[in-house]
Design a protein around this ligand. Structure first.
Ligand code: FES
Length: 354
């Protein structure tokens, strides 16, 4: 059985096949529908149903609240049509139109080093034309026949290589393989870029860049763009559990010393007395910026951290349009059902490390 999906921002209708979600059908038809996790956890594919009805699969309440559902919003990655359906996505057109279309590429590993005890810095060279992306975007990397994983670019567009920060997940199928078996010269497949939590240029007020764990990758890319654009008031927060989880702090400290930015590492679970700021990164941000009437905020890291940062910013008076958030969703161990995966996420505390 097929039916029709109309998207207000896209002229051509899309064919929906049996069991396809709205997002799967749109992407299969080449529509650049905004999305991120593809599993009901981030809210990036949130859209408004203009006509028709959908069945909605389970999702995290952080991605779509009961209020939003009552207002006719759905997650395209969790919705299946009951007949012809019309929707509109919520990402502003000026943001979406600035995003390059995703491509499928082959890349070759040029460098693999440890950034910290559990973060690998992977550099790859693109074969053929360079990858166009906007700072803050991510790509899906596929190693051999393993499942694809999403990693943000940590460098600036236009460079011959791409840099990714890969956290070693305990029992992680893909990160474990990358750590143990991937070598310089090996080839990977890359799809991307994706994501709309991207650098929007210099705006009035301070620029707040808040990372949890390897959320530092997109934050470093955005930071590079902000420095290039001459932003005069940049604040970088990096939340991790303990001192040994920090990385790239030498670069950030030297920029801090040169008064190009203010760098604040935040330890949530220090194992010893420390001169660093301690606690959760959103709490430290709230102490430093109790009011946020004019600012631009970018947050990247684990979903509970990103949500806590966003909640503080909204409560402090920042307009939602000045908040760009990219929540990193851990891949479920092989064999874990969606229900188990959602249970894991519901149980998550508010960590400061990815
Ligand atoms: S892409 Fe649909 S909720 Fe993340």
């Amino acid at each position: 059985m097929t039916t029709r999906l109309s998207i207000r921002q896209w002229a051509a209708p899309v064919t929906l096949r049996d069991k396809q979600t709205l997002l799967e059908a749109a992407l299969a038809a080449g529509v650049p529908f905004p999305h991120n996790c593809m599993s009901g956890e981030c809210g990036a594919c949130k859209c408004r149903v203009l006509d028709g009805q959908v069945e909605h699969d389970p999702h995290l309440p952080e991605a779509l609240s009961a209020d939003e559902r009552a207002q006719g919003l759905v997650l395209a990655c969790r919705s299946r049509a009951r007949g012809p359906v019309a929707v509109e996505w919520l990402v502003p057109e000026r943001v979406r139109q600035a995003l390059p279309p995703p491509r499928h590429l082959k890349v070759r590993v040029t460098d693999k080093t440890r950034a910290s005890h559990d973060v690998i810095r992977l550099r790859v060279a693109v074969q053929g034309h360079a990858l166009h992306f906007v700072p803050g975007q991510y790509a899906r990397l596929r190693v051999g026949r393993l499942p694809a994983r999403s990693y943000s670019m940590a460098n600036l567009p236009g460079e011959g290589e791409l840099e990714f920060h890969i956290r070693l997940v305990p029992q992680g199928l893909v990160s474990g393989h990358i750590a143990q078996h991937l070598d310089v010269g090996d080839t990977l497949r890359l799809e991307g870029p994706f994501g709309s939590a991207t650098w929007q240029g210099v705006q009035p007020g301070p620029l707040l860049l808040v990372a949890g764990g390897t959320g530092l990758a997109p934050i470093m890319s955005i930071l590079g763009a902000a420095l290039d654009d001459g932003h005069p008031d940049i604040h970088v927060y990096h939340g991790v559990r303990d001192e040994r989880d920090l990385y790239d702090s030498d670069i950030l400290m030297s920029l801090h010393a040169a008064q190009r930015l203010r760098y604040t590492p935040v330890l949530s679970a220090p194992g010893a007395a420390t001169p660093r700021r301690t606690g959760f990164v959103h709490e430290v941000l709230a102490r430093d910026f109790p009011r946020l009437d004019t600012a631009a905020l970018y947050a990247a890291g684990p979903p509970p951290m990103v949500e806590a940062v966003r909640a503080h910013a909204l409560a402090a008076g920042l307009d939602a349009q000045h908040i760009a958030a990219d929540a990193f969703h851990p891949a479920a161990p092989a064999g874990l059902s969606l229900v188990d995966r959602l249970r894991r996420l519901f149980r998550a505390q508010v960590p400061a490390a990815a």
